[in-house]
Design a protein around this ligand. Sequence first.
Ligand code: SAH
Ligand code: SF4
Ligand code: F3S
Length: 473
Amino acid sequence: MLDVEINKKHDEARQGEAFAPAPSLSNSPARKFYIESYGCQMNFADSEVVASILHENGFGATQHFQEADMIFLNTCSIREKAELTVRKRLTEFRKVKKYNPGLLIGVLGCMAERLKSKFIEEEKLVDIVVGPDAYRSLPGLIEEAESGQKGVNVLLSRDETYGDISPIRLNSNGVTAFVSIMRGCNNMCSFCVVPFTRGRERSRDPQSILDECISLFDEGYREVTLLGQNVDSYSWQNPDESEMVSFAKLLEKVAQISPLLRVRFSTSHPKDITDEVLFTMAKYENICKYIHLPVQSGSTRILQMMNRTYTREWYLSKVNRIRELLPGCGISTDVITGFCTETDEDHKETLSLMEYCEYDLAYMFYYSERPGTLAARRFTDDVPEEIKKSRLQEVVALHRIHSLKSMQKEVGKTAKVLIEGNSKKSDEHWAGRSDNNKVVVFPKNENLQKGDYADVVIESCTAGTLIGRLKNN
Ligand code: SAH
Ligand code: SF4
Ligand code: F3S
């Protein structure tokens, strides 16, 4: 039970239907904004860019929407459910606006991009609609909205990376941070709305990435997660043609900032992950041995229809290579059940692939057709909902066995844990994560604090947490 809850939390934070409100940042400036984020880590990182743009323009963040002059929802379109959650939230804000007619409501992110000005026609209470590449225009749009016009900007860009903007960390634990290294996606997975909501892929100037990571380190952060929809296709050509920076090179540069700075990254695409990346991971102790490698399906026929451009065998050869070059490396995945035309045989292939991989963590979904995607245009969404859901349950049940096994394997070992803060259940315990991304809880000792590393002997586990004690204690 516990593991489902924990996975769901991860799930929600990454892909999700979850949100996190902004913390209070300022001492009551003139106008206050409240921002709620839904969807993937990239969307959460974008909210930090938005907060920075608004802050620069004299607005201050608040954690309480009741005292806000403007409410922003940074939205996700990945599945229908994600959009429904936002719609529901908007009906709640409709009530708030009734009592505070001056309140501005803005929709940001992927749903804004997908629905564009239609949003304002459908949801009359929305004043501002801004797509992911247009956040710099937000202050101007607020002004327009304040003068009674509706403010819309959903232009996608080929070069916007917000590279020069220092994000304001929202809901931060002060130890771990996300850093965007690229935007958009050039893959056309047939089920996926992201290429339409986020536009073409573009990489961010490596120097601005390094500068951001260095300043995070100087501020006391000890872990950065480099973010992109497909990090392995990161590529930066210096304007003077002196250097081509690949993802492996970027990873190395970030790892060299300090051995005390942990480096993670997400997401790797099985078609693009290279040996060079794996060798770089092996070379640096501070690059965490954990790879998120979404498979989506175990059936080559379905993978082809999904336009993933790899086969089951190709995927398995990548998993074998990771295990060969990085023994003990954590591997996680995403799985979709009930994609168009999926048969019982295809589904069994997904289960058998999972049996082989024994994932440490998996984010599992049933297929949700998204308007405008290749699959929506080309194929019929023909697997009945009950079958999609029952296949999902089988996948979840199987994964539960694997994730428990993966936790149990750690018992008796010593894990190097980066302390992120108090354990949720007790102030007398620290909580942090191991190199291979498992949550570890252990009793405090006075010599250690948040942001320190600790060697922890793992004594037992639940489905979602390793429980241990400090080595030599
Ligand atoms: N860029 C990442 C994934 C981003 S979306 C990658 O290539 O792996 C995160 C996950 O949501 C996907 O991996 C997929 O498993 C799931 N997903 C995307 N579109 C979906 C849809 N239409 N229905 C159900 N799940 C979907
Ligand atoms: Fe979507 Fe595929 Fe791009 Fe991932 S790689 S964001 S699944 S199109
Ligand atoms: Fe959702 Fe957009 Fe991310 S659709 S998963 S918020 S890129």
